[in-house]
Design a protein around this ligand. Sequence first.
Ligand code: GTR
Length: 331
Amino acid sequence: MIRFNAKALASTALVAIAVLGSGSAASAADKVVFRSADTHVADYPTVKAVEYMGEILSKETNGRLSIKVFPAAQLGEEKDTIEQTQLGVLDINRVSLVPLNNIIPLTQIPSLPFLFKDTAHAQRVLDGPIGDEILASFADKNLIGLAFYDSGARSFYNLKKPINTPEDMKGMKIRVQQSDLMVGMVRALGANATPMPFGEVYSGLQTGAIDGAENNWPSYYSTRHFEVAKYYSITQHLIVPEALMMSKKSWDKLSKDDQKLVRDAAKKSATKMHELWAAMDKVAHEAVVKGGSQINEVNKEPFMKAMAPVYDQYVTDPKMKDMVARIRATN
Ligand code: GTR
């Protein structure tokens, strides 16, 4: 968090620029610029949505509160920025829910394969009490869960051949996000799971360190992975949202009123994200088709069956079992 005072002004170029350009609505001493991280490039919907949240905050406080987003993993890969957020070095962070799996147990639930019927079902669950419970559990780990963002569905892609059945994946080296659950999920298919930061996947594919990975259309497209790994097989095994969160240290410095403003602005940005996501999903899908990706539909049943054991392996806690049952019972 950058708080504007004489000492900070003397030492930070960013502060000086912000004050010069800020107008006179809020006095320099009151201003707070939240630093926020994102692994995605500047025009990706997640980055735009957090910037939109900043615009709302700035408008509602006459420029007293605002957000500066650092895109393209400038501040590090998700595993590192999560730690920085816990420590209060970063104020806000937008990450996938998956790299939180090893830290916050309940984040594993929406990260389970084939749990949600479709993205609309996921949205209904996450916008309701179950979503609130998951976000509230962030506080045990020095984080404040603010909102979920759309992230479509993740499918496998690789540079060797179309995947039609789990057997096609036997022995393939598949990159996964840094989470034990993801390692278990890919191993259940008989493939070799390689946990790796997002930013290393492109070169991993190029050098053959990995044969494939899994992601939604926008990420497959924006990273240019589609140029190297041409075979995209629509398994849609994961419908896992993004998480928008704040450092508890930064949160605790805010007044109750400002905390409410931040929470409300985050929720509004999630609504904005629906629009941004729908548009980008379409653009990305069309672009990879045009770019020569070989896309195939798959029968999901054998994948569901092969991945089912991860539920017994990872959902052992009664609270988690209960949540899975409640999600399945949600229409
Ligand atoms: C994307 C997600 C990123 C990152 C990435 C990955 O879908 O938006 O935050 O987690 O996946 O696979 O690492």
